[in-house]
Each structure stands twice: as C-alpha cells, then as structure tokens.
Design a protein around this ligand. Structure first.
Ligand code: NDP
Ligand code: 2IT
Length: 451
C-alpha cells in the first residue's frame, strides 16, 4: 500500500476505534506526521502493519478505587494502567493523579512514552497509568488510603520484569512511598524494582527527583550550542511549579540563566530578579500552598491571577521557554508572544504542552523546538538507572548518576540531530525524535514476530 494511504487509513481507524479520545488522537497524529519519509525508505514497516500494531495498546486495565475519606464517607475513583508496548523492555511510565484524567489521557501519555523510552537507548517499554483522584486539599491520611486502595488492585498487573510505574502529575515521593509500602505488604517481598522514584533510604536513586528538569535543561543546552549560544545571561520562562519546573529552574540558574516567571493552575508569578527556588519549594512542596503565596513573600515579585506564564513575554524579552506543567498549555497566541519577545529555544518539559498550531508557528519562525519525548526523557532514563541499581543491589553517588543523566541527554540530542540530518531536515528535532524513536521500536517489533 502507498505510504500516504497507509498513514491516513491507520489514522482514520484510530479515530473510529477510539472515539472522543482527543489527546490520544493528537499524540498519534503528531507521530504519524513525521513518518512518511521513514516508511518510504523502509516499506517493511508498512508490510508488517507496524503502524496499526503500535497504536493498539497490548493491554488496558481500568478498575474501581474505593476509599474512605476523613469524614467516614466512601469515595469512588477510577484507576487506569495502559500497558502500551513491551518490545524493548518491561512497560515503564508514570502514574498521574489529577481530576482531568480519562482513558484517552492515559493512552496519549502511554503512546508518547513508547517513543521517549526508545530514544533513551535503555531497555524499557512504554506504559502509563493514573486516576481521576484529585490530591488537592486531601489530608496525608486520605492520600495514603487512596494509594493503598489503588495498589490493592494494581499490584497484580505490575512487577520488576512486567511493568514498572513511577510518578507524574500529582504523584511524587509521598505517593510512591504509600504505593510501594502497600505492594510490599500484599506481595510479602521487597521487590525494589517494581516502582521508581522511591526514597533514597528504601531503594531510590539519587538525582531521580531532579532528573526530568535537569535533563530538559541539558537538552536545551545542546540545542543552544548548535547555534553558538549558552544559558549564561539568557532570560527564561518556565510554566508550572511542580517537580519538572522546580529542578529545571534550579539548573538554569546554575548555568547562569535567569528564570523570570513560573506558574501553577491558578496563575503566574513574575519575578524579574529570578525565581528563588528554595522559597518556591517551601511554598509548593512543603506547605503544599498556591504560587500566589510565593509572590506575597518575595520582594519585587508580582502575582498574575488566572494568567499563563507566557503573558510575561508581553513586557519582558525572553530567549528560552520551557513549558513544564501540562498538555496543550501553550497555544498559538502564546507562541506569537514568545516569538515577538525574541525566543530562540522552546523545550517541552511537560508531555505535549505545545498545541500543534503553536508548534508549527515556532518551527516556521526558526525557533529551536525540542519535543517532550526528547527533552523530558531524563526522568524516565534516570528511572531506568534506578532499576539498574535495584537489580544489582547497589546505590550510586550523586555525581556519577548526574553524569550518566547528562551523557544520556547528550546521546538523545545526537540521535535526534543525526536522524534529522539523515532524513534531509537538519535541525528538525520533532522529525528526528519521532523517526529515531519509531524505528527503534519498530525494528524490535519486527524481530519479535506477530505477537
Ligand atoms: P507536578 O504535579 O509536580 O506539577 C505539575 C505542575 O503543573 C503544577 O505546578 C500544577 O499546578 C501544574 N498543572 C498541572 N495540571 C495543570 C493544568 N491542568 N493547568 C495548569 N497547570 C497545571 O507534576 P510534574 O512536574 O511531575 O509534571 C509536569 C509535566 O511534566 C507533566 O506533563 C508530566 O507528564 C511531565 N513529565 C513529568 C516527569 C516526571 O518525572 N515527573 C517526567 C517527564 C514528563 P497546580 O499545583 O495548580 O496543580
Ligand atoms: O512522563 C514521564 O516520562 C514520567 N512521568 C516519568 C516516567 C518514569 O517511569 O520515570
């Protein structure tokens, strides 16, 4: 079948068979748009129906999560785990706890994860999970009871050699602790490699907490270097103020850049002196408060209620932007603001934060653009390093682990850049990432036969 026919027919079938799952459709379309060249060159992928197979999760698990709140009332949430592709290794990917989570959300994230994990060069397949549970405003005891109930079902589907979840939005060290504790109790085994993002004293890896943010900054550094630039002296906007955003800001400051804005779902802060990471962490992570508390306590900072961080680009020139909150948070109007403010590089710390229209505008304007599956792969890569440490019953030092992360991010940058060159689109990291990730998984799927 002609390549374009294969792509459009498979996409039509994805739409028809997964109705209403708009984020999943978007993620599939973004990958498919990059594949015509590779399918022309290697028709064996079309002959073996790799496109159809790669869009169909190997297994999807949906379950009821009952728990009792502090007032003694029974609450019901929905749990998901989508085990998307295990051609390269056990399913690997985070768990998201957020009220917006639907099956289509988990499928978009799981689909992205297949290619991201492939790009790391490490032996991990792709999966994702989560729940529509909203952690905001819940007590520690409620979070614990929810996590225990969630794991009471999930435990039968995961394992060191099967499927290894980790954190994502709403799931950090606290939640991984409760999840791991319940898994350990139910299975009566200390199977460290079943979850990543664990605490340092109970099987976690140094640098895993920081890895996604640091990795996104390392990737951006390599992109900037390709144009003879460096972070030193550049002004930056980072959206979000969670795990990814916090450590991205910390590393940008260490490299001499200045992050003048950050945000949460309620609004943004403009801080022309540069975000104070210790204060931000105290507000968001320790007190679990909102980002307006940061602005109230920080001299010279302003709170912009209800506004995305990109609005800061109206008044303040910025050279780099790292959308690090959630999907579709940077649209065409924001892209125009950034382009007018002089942005030279945009790297997706979050998964699919840039809308397709905004991505097109940025790429047409010649802005260096790193897709999430390349730029934010440092988190899952360091999860794989955590699995290595667990498997060898070892724990590595911080400098060594960060050096491994830096090396992996350099490798991903090279893989994307070289693939873009090979396919005649130099500097196109979107095509480079999609093609390099796809071919690695597709070749393994061919080798393993029709399974
Ligand atoms: P966190 O829960 O630590 O932080 C999420 C941040 O994004 C918070 O500031 C949150 O604001 C904001 N946010 C979440 N949802 C929305 C929304 N619907 N609208 C506006 N703001 C929102 O999550 P992470 O930092 O871990 O994850 C951020 C992104 O990075 C996600 O896309 C995730 O998939 C991706 N990612 C995470 C990795 C990791 O290792 N943690 C690895 C690779 C990618 P508020 O506090 O108000 O909710
Ligand atoms: O989107 C992601 O890559 C993550 N949330 C991290 C997954 C992981 O297994 O560390």
């Amino acid at each position: 079948m002609a390549v374009n026919g294969a792509i459009s027919e498979t996409y039509a079938s994805v739409l028809a068979r997964n109705p209403g799952e708009t984020e999943f459709h978007q993620a599939v379309n973004e990958v498919f748009e990059s594949l015509d060249r590779v399918l022309e060159k290697h028709p064996r992928y079309v002959d073996a129906s790799i496109l159809e197979r790669i869009c169909e999760p190997e297994r999807q698990i949906i379950f009821r999560v009952p728990w009792v709140d502090d007032r003694g009332r029974v609450q019901i949430n929905r749990g998901f785990r989508v085990q998307f592709n295990s051609a390269l290794g056990p399913y690997k990917g985070g768990l998201r706890f957020h009220p917006s989570v639907l099956l289509g959300t988990v499928k978009f994230l799981g689909f992205e994860q297949i290619f991201k994990n492939a790009l790391t060069g490490l032996p991990i397949g792709g999966g994702k999970g989560g729940s529509d549970f909203d952690p905001k405003g819940k007590s520690d005891a409620e979070i614990m009871r929810f996590c225990q109930s969630f794991m009471t079902e999930l435990h039968r589907h995961i394992g060191e050699y099967t499927d290894v979840p980790a954190g994502d939005i709403g799931v950090g060290g606290r939640e991984i602790g409760y999840l791991f504790g319940q898994y350990k109790r139910i299975t009566n085994s200390y199977e460290s490699g079943v979850l990543t993002g664990k605490g340092i004293t109970w099987g976690g890896s140094l640098v895993r907490t920081e890895a996604t943010g640091y990795g996104a900054v390392f990737f951006t550094q390599h992109m900037l270097e390709s144009r003879g630039l460096a972070f030193d002296g550049l002004d930056v906007l980072v959206s979000g103020s969670g795990n990814v955003a916090t450590y991205a800001i910390e590393k940008i400051h260490a490299l001499g850049g200045r992050v003048v804005g950050a945000s949460d779902s309620g609004g943004s802060v403009y801080d022309p002196a540069g975000i104070d990471v210790a204060l931000l962490q105290d507000v968001k992570e320790v007190r679990r408060a909102r980002i307006d508390a940061y602005a109230a306590e920080r001299d010279g900072a302003t709170y912009l209620p209800g506004l995305p961080v990109w609005e800061i680009a109206r008044e303040h020139n910025v050279q780099v932007a790292l959308p690090s909150a959630t999907q579709n948070e940077l649209d065409e109007s924001h892209a125009k603001l950034l382009i007018d403010a002089g942005v030279v590089a945009v790297a997706e710390g979050a998964n699919m934060p840039t809308t397709p229209g905004a991505t097109r505008l940025l790429r047409e304007a010649g802005v260096l653009f790193a897709p999430g599956k390349a730029a934010n792969a440092g988190g899952v890569a360091t999860s794989a390093l955590e699995m290595q440490q667990n498997a060898s019953r070892d724990s590595w030092g911080a400098d060594y682990t960060e050096a491994r992360l830096a090396e992996i991010m350099q490798g991903i940058h090279e893989r994307c850049a070289e693939t873009a060159d090979e396919y005649g689109v130099p500097g196109d990291y979107v095509l480079g990432a999609n093609i390099a990730g796809f071919t690695r998984v597709a070749d393994a799927m061919l080798a393993l036969g029709v399974i």
